[in-house]
Design a protein around this ligand. Structure first.
Ligand code: MOS
Length: 734
């Protein structure tokens, strides 16, 4: 079962509309609707807020502002992960970014709430803030820590000496813009008070974090907060934590003692959910004429909201990618009065690899060396900064296999030398690497007396395929056909997981399920082999085979359902666990990563400089694969996002107000089908025995790592023009 291209088990329920998303729950009866009123300045204070006309508008039940909002818990920085902290709203008159909620209007219908929101009259003082990254770039400070608890700076050897004495040097700055997750399902929440309890139907990636965060904000016992998130329409980091809509719905529901729904509009998501910080990255590479790197430095400056420090791990993958004796990495923050930065798919790794893999292409060009060969020459034998072995590194295999399948030997050796009609044609490539992580997760597997299995964990399925891969792992673990496995996810009353995020979700929950199945098999064999009524009585459990719903030992067979019905008429269950990676020696003794190689061919219109992707291939090594179809979809989705990062995506700040001017899909461009003609992802066979007993690693964020650089490098190969200010829009090529 494991590895097969099983169709999504939740596909039919989504197609016929039976999959219920946060805003679609009706269990609570007729709810009230809340609409968020956002600040129209970027920095300053509310001088006066007049809610009278809004309160008198048809259907309005309440207008909540900082003047009447309940007291809430404060953000507690001693809680190690941001998403488990309180997220108070409407706490006072101060405005620290454009769009910040200043009121929630609650009414009988959504339209009434939205209409009345327009009647809330706010007068502000101030308005001028620090909105321009270029102006603040020198006002930097060192973050306390980089995302995921990584060190801000690293140094190995003597970078200056190594770089100064190198025969060939690249020293360039690359910039990347504000980018957003923007899943199809907007952030939404239904909060329903029931006696002392609060039920929160919310679109989120980590149920346990949502529970902790709501409880800490409202000052109630987490046991009294029940999170329900069976279906989530995409996350990409933007739903790792909860946001204003959840807290405001919960506050209003608690005050009014009624169910309250709040969803963000697409424009509000641009101002309220957080974005990938903008970055300026200096990359220095020093090499000999033979292409061997002597020195690598990657120094990153990015924006942060001054109140909520966030530093992407932009230089983190640079620490493990190539060998070189002299190395430096650093992360710095420039405070701006903009929404907080937050995790967006492959936080840091995506913009970081865009810069570093562009710089590697510049180095190959300076050396007059094939870019694939340059990377192979710098393949390390151990992790060059951590000085520990790699667990299962197949970067060179990905590079070679990708080059062969793509026809890399046909790459125009000289930039701007190949034409196809009006198109200048170019090939580009990039390496990919991403760390693999593991976090505390429990799964419970139950066998019912009718012989069906149920997997239970608070893990979410954000569209990635959790329901499907858990079905496969449980079917494999108990020897059941997949139709006899049911998956129960996304509720806080189920065993706790680290949720979907960081590309750890599938491996955490599948490993915990795999272990639960092993424990359950042992329980079943204990009872069968000791039971005189079983055909397996007295046989050695070590020889048992679970297959097709039966258990067989040395020729004797009994149906699983028989064993359960006789020995465990109430059903039988077992749990499996995964521990925090910091407590797992494999994760401290080995550098555990996933790898890939991207190859892209572009055409650039010789007159208009319009860039068209012609084809793209990624070859990846991710350990064992749970489902070849969902894995390929994850990787391709990431690759396409990388194309957008290279060519299209960019949120632009209005330097007068701190608002994002292009805060909708008309102005914020992402690739559409017509932009993506021919993309394929291939996964090499491998098995990482250090990652977990299934040998599997994360895939969700690997696909975007490096993919944009392969497109950027193809644009250079097509035109001879190197653009270092992403995205590569037409005017930068003319
Ligand atoms: Mo991912 S950016 O951790 O959802």
């Amino acid at each position: 079962m494991i590895g097969q291209a099983l169709n999504r088990v939740d596909g039919p329920s989504k197609v016929v509309g039976r999959a219920t998303y946060a805003y679609e729950h009706w269990e609570a009866g007729q709810p009230l609707y809340g609409f968020i009123v956002g600040a129209t300045i970027g920095k300053g204070s509310i001088a006066r807020i007049d809610t009278e006309s809004a309160e008198q508008a048809p259907g309005v039940r309440m207008v909540m502002t900082h003047l009447n909002a309940p007291e809430q818990g404060a953000r507690d920085e001693s809680i190690p992960f941001e998403y488990w902290r309180a997220q108070p709203e409407l706490t006072g008159p101060d405005i620290d970014h454009y769009g910040q909620p200043v009121a929630l209007v609650v009414a009988a219908t959504f339209e009434q709430a939205r209409a009345a929101a327009g009647l809330v009259d706010v007068e502000y003082t101030g308005g001028r803030g620090r909105f321009d990254f270029a102006e603040q770039e020198d006002e930097v400070y060192i973050p306390k820590v980089v995302n995921a608890g990584l060190p801000t700076d690293t140094a190995v050897g003597d970078f200056d000496a190594g770089f100064d004495s190198a025969e060939v040097r690249v020293d360039q700055y690359y910039t990347t813009p504000y980018e957003f997750s923007q899943p199809m399902e907007p952030n939404a929440c239904l909060a329903e008070p029931r006696d002392e309890d609060l039920f929160v139907y919310v679109s989120c990636q980590i149920v346990n974090a949502a529970q902790a965060s709501v409880a800490a904000t409202l000052g109630i016992d987490p046991e009294r907060v029940h999170i329900v998130a069976p279906f989530v329409g995409g996350g990409f980091g933007s739903k790792l934590g909860i946001h204003s809509e959840t807290i405001l719905a919960a506050l209003a529901a608690t005050v009014l003692r009624r169910p309250v729904k709040v969803a963000m509009t697409r424009q509000q998501i641009f101002q309220l959910v957080g974005m990938r910080p903008t970055s300026s990255q200096r990359v220095r590479l020093g090499a000999g004429q033979d292409g061997r790197l002597a020195a690598i430095a990657h120094d990153v400056t990015m924006h942060t909201n001054p109140d909520v420090e966030y530093a992407e791990q932009t230089a983190a993958t640079t620490r493990s990618l190539y060998a070189a004796p002299h190395r430096l990495t650093s992360h710095r923050l420039a405070p701006l009065d903009l929404p907080r930065g937050t995790d967006v798919r492959a936080p840091g790794e995506a913009p970081g690899m865009l810069a570093v893999e562009s710089a590697m292409d510049e180095l190959a060009h300076a050396l007059v060396m094939d870019p694939v060969e340059l990377r192979i020459r710098n393949e390390p034998t151990v992790d060059p900064e951590r000085a520990v072995p790699y667990s299962d590194r197949h970067l060179v295999d990905c590079l070679r296999e990708g080059a062969r399948r793509f026809g890399w030997e046909n790459r125009p050796a000289t930039p701007a030398s190949a034409r196809d009609g009006r198109w200048l044609v170019g090939y580009g490539m990039s390496a990919a690497i991403r760390g693999h992580f593991q976090g505390p997760t429990t799964a419970r597997v139950r066998l019912e007396a009718d012989g069906t299995a149920v997997v239970q964990t608070d893990m979410t399925d954000i569209g990635t395929g959790t329901y499907t891969v858990l079905t496969q792992v449980a079917a494999d673990g108990l020897g059941l056909p997949p139709e006899r496995v049911r998956i129960d996810l996304g509720r806080s009353d189920l065993p706790t997981s680290w949720g979907s995020g960081g590309s750890w979700g599938a491996t955490n929950s599948c490993t915990a399920t795999h272990r639960a199945c092993a424990a359950l098999r042992a329980k079943l064999l204990d009872s069968a082999c000791a039971d005189a009524r079983s055909p397996l009585h007295g046989l050695d459990p070590a020889d048992a085979v679970f297959s097709d719903g039966d258990v067989s030992i040395a020729g004797a067979t009994e149906a699983l359902s028989e064993i359960v019905a006789r020995g465990h008429p109430e059903g039988v269950e077992a749990e499996g666990q995964v521990r925090y990676m910091g407590d797992d020696p494999n994760y401290t003794d080995y550098s555990i990563n996933t790898y890939g190689a991207h190859f892209a061919e572009v055409g650039v219109d010789v007159d208009t400089a319009e860039v068209r992707l012609r084809r793209m291939l990624g070859v990846f090594s991710v350990g064992r694969v749970f489902n070849s179809k969902t894995t390929r979809s994850q990787l391709i989705g990431g690759m396409i996002w990388g194309v957008g990062a290279a060519l299209e995506e960019e949120a632009v700040v209005d330097s007068r107000s701190g608002a994002f001017v292009n805060r909708d899909f008309a102005g914020y461009l992402v690739p559409v089908h017509a932009d993506i003609p021919d993309v394929d992802a291939v996964v090499l066979d491998s098995y990482d025995d250090k990652a977990n007993p299934l040998g599997a690693k994360g895939v969700g964020e690997l696909g975007i790592c490096g993919s944009g650089a392969s497109v950027a490098n193809a644009v250079f190969n097509a035109t001879g023009v190197r653009v270092r200010d992403f995205p590569i829009t037409i005017e930068k090529l003319l």
